[in-house]
Design a protein around this ligand. Structure first.
Ligand SMILES: *[C@@H]1O[C@H](CO)[C@@H](O)[C@H](O)[C@H]1NC(C)=O
Ligand SMILES: *[C@@H]1O[C@H](CO)[C@@H](O)[C@H](O)[C@H]1NC(C)=O
Length: 387
């Protein structure tokens, strides 16, 4: 269970702010009301003039691994395309998956990329390795090839795993697709997919937005990432924009926390919006405050915080203050999963242990639509999710 992916890299990453985000250009086309449409010819003409208009946004449907443990999408790599299933992770930056030269049992359970079958593959020569906050790891070599998601295609440096820790053996995804900033790539100098797509003017806007569905609320259906655009139909009200305080992760100020409408004491903190982490990981004191009013909540070494599964019926919320507004997470989502099948005790969706940097993982994101905006002053847009 990937509770705290990428927390470790937090400790080792150099979070120097060196990146100058670049803008994807947007071209306004004016309309001539007298013009008789020959759409195909017109599009061809536009594409000749503005090749960057060919693909401006790309939708990547997600599979929700029960019970909202993680979400993966299909990515095409190489020529002809080989498909891999990747967990899109805003808490790390590397793109990697196993290579056919990995013959461990963990690798063999997955789609492995055969670079000899791709005419566009280029060798790199550098070694590559990554470790995540839950102690899982992978290593191998770097290479470069075309990576395509939802029709957005860029030449991309990729990690080809020849070794994986056992955690990956049981995971339904083949690898990860990092969506954080280039300065936390495992090998310095490697640019992320987003930075390459922005530099190549492949996106209408320098953003990626996400709708994560919920098993409990809509059966886990219909989730997707949208590269280059925002789906305004999937949230209520307007987006609140919060500046990224430090580039590396998608890090923002968390200004406050309420439990059932009451402010919980404890210093406001910094947090990261991390689609690659399943739960909400707060400071020990905040996690304690969240569970204080929940009858039957307990904390032990084996499971961390647990709550009665009957909390699924709760109509209360906990709320995080970001950009001066509160964003809700239903208390029902704290009854994450029974500790054993048939048990009436559930692992809580809120855990402690992150005194420096709170991790607002999927439990937060499946309740709030998020826009990851990589313009020159990066920011995060948030609004309550509409299913
Ligand atoms: C990789 O592709 C090459 C070229 O088609 C093939 O000879 C080789 O057997 C493949 N390797 C594996 C492990 O499938
Ligand atoms: C909990 O949050 C939801 C979604 O934002 C909201 O519709 C509902 O009114 C809130 N419930 C309470 C008791 O505040």
């Amino acid at each position: 269970m990937k509770f705290t992916a990428s927390v470790l890299s937090l400790a080792v990453a150099v979070l120097a702010v060196t990146e100058a985000g670049s803008h994807g250009g947007q071209v306004q086309l004016s309309r001539n009301p007298n013009f008789k449409h020959n759409t195909k010819a017109q599009i061809a003409k536009i594409n000749r003039r503005y090749p960057q208009l060919k693909v401006m946004s790309g939708k990547v449907p997600l599979t929700d691994v029960k019970p909202d443990l993680e979400y993966y999408g299909t990515v095409q790599v190489g020529t002809p395309a080989q498909e891999v299933r990747l967990d899109f992770d805003t808490g790390s930056s590397d793109i990697w998956f196993p290579s056919t030269s990995c013959t461990t049992s963990a690798c063999k359970k997955h789609h492995r990329f055969n670079s000899s079958k791709s005419s566009s593959f280029k060798k790199d020569g550098r070694k590559w390795s990554i470790e995540y906050g839950d102690d899982s790891s992978a290593s191998g070599i770097l290479g470069s090839d075309f990576v395509s998601v939802g029709g957005i295609k860029v030449r991309q440096t990729i990690g080809l795993a020849t070794k994986e820790s056992s955690e990956f053996g049981s995971s339904p995804n083949d690898g990860l697709f990092g969506l954080a900033f280039s300065n936390i790539e495992s090998v310095s100098g490697v640019k992320t997919f987003m930075d390459n797509a922005i530099a190549g003017k492949k996106l209408k806007e320098p953003i990626v937005s996400v709708f994560l569905p919920s098993e409990r609320r809509n059966g886990g259906k219909g989730g997707y990432y949208l590269f280059g655009a925002i789906d305004h139909t999937h949230y209520t009200g307007s987006l609140t924009y919060v500046p990224v305080t430090r580039k590396g992760y998608w890090q923002v100020d968390v200004e406050g926390l309420k439990v059932d409408g009451k402010t919980v004491s404890g210093a406001p903190s910094q947090g990261i919006i991390d689609t690659g982490t399943t739960l909400l990981i707060l400071s020990d004191s905040a996690a304690k405050a969240v569970h204080k009013g929940i009858k039957g909540a307990e904390n032990d070494d084996m499971y961390g915080w647990t709550v009665p599964c009957s909390l699924k019926k709760s109509t209360k919320n906990i709320s995080f203050k970001l950009g001066s507004k509160y964003f809700n997470v239903p208390m029902a989502d704290l009854a994450y999963e029974a500790i054993d099948s048939g048990s009436k005790t559930c692992v809580s969706g809120v855990q402690g242990g992150q005194d420096g940097l709170w991790i607002l993982g999927d439990v937060f994101i499946k309740n709030n639509y998020i826009v990851f905006d990589k313009s020159s002053s990066p920011r995060i847009g948030i609004a309550p999710l509409k299913y």
